[in-house]
Design a protein around this ligand. Sequence first.
Ligand code: ADP
Ligand code: ADP
Length: 228
Amino acid sequence: MLLQVENLAVSYGNIKALHGIRFQVDEGEIVSIIGANGAGKSTTLRAISRLVPVAPGSRMSFMGKDLLQYPAHKVVTELGISHVPEGRRLFENLTVMENLRLAAFARKDADHIKRDMERVFDLFPRLKERLSQKAGTLSGGEQQMLAVGRAMMSAQKMMLLDEPSMGLAPLLMLNLFEALKELNQAGTTILLVEQNARMALQFAQRGYVLESGNLVLAGKSQELLENP
Ligand code: ADP
Ligand code: ADP
């Protein structure tokens, strides 16, 4: 087991966003968490990335290590977990190349950075043609590719993806998910959250359904698709 989450609870002031959820992700899997707007999907990913404080009693382990002992930056650099946040959050006034370079913030080894950048371009050839273009002038799909590329530059053991299909035209969405499958086959475990349930369940092997901060259903994607 790669990631194990137990009794995960998160509140924002008086608002309880997660009520003690439990799930796990095995090495090499693609797992999705689906649910309506406000269900707690983004909060789940933020908790794993240590970007929000969790309630006492919450437990999370990654490769057998207690995730709660790691601050956000070490979750990236020491555990190898990258996060593609909702809304992409690119540096819009910086170029594609500058965005990718900045994401390798913790790396000093130039060869390693170069190799990872080549991997990004193998996966997303469109980005290579736009290296000196400002990120803010890319199309929506290209921005999402760059957001994934940035995450690849920071860590590749596991990638957390927040609504990657949001706002993408169907063809670009397919391109993106094809590239993510290749990334997975090359060894990156993927956990994604999606409102687009059909898309998520076609892409992932297993899924969980989140409703108002509770996991209400779990199973293989095929079973969840057949379950009305
Ligand atoms: P989802 O990603 O499924 O749309 P979120 O995790 O963003 O859900 O939100 C879960 C709940 O927490 C919602 O009720 C939302 O309004 C609330 N929430 C999320 N972020 C914040 C925040 N920064 N401050 C206060 N409430 C928040
Ligand atoms: P979409 O409708 O798929 O989001 P756009 O029409 O926004 O795509 O962009 C189409 C192409 O034009 C993309 O390759 C994008 O990089 C390029 N582009 C968009 N806006 C600008 C701009 N202001 N300067 C340079 N290139 C741009």
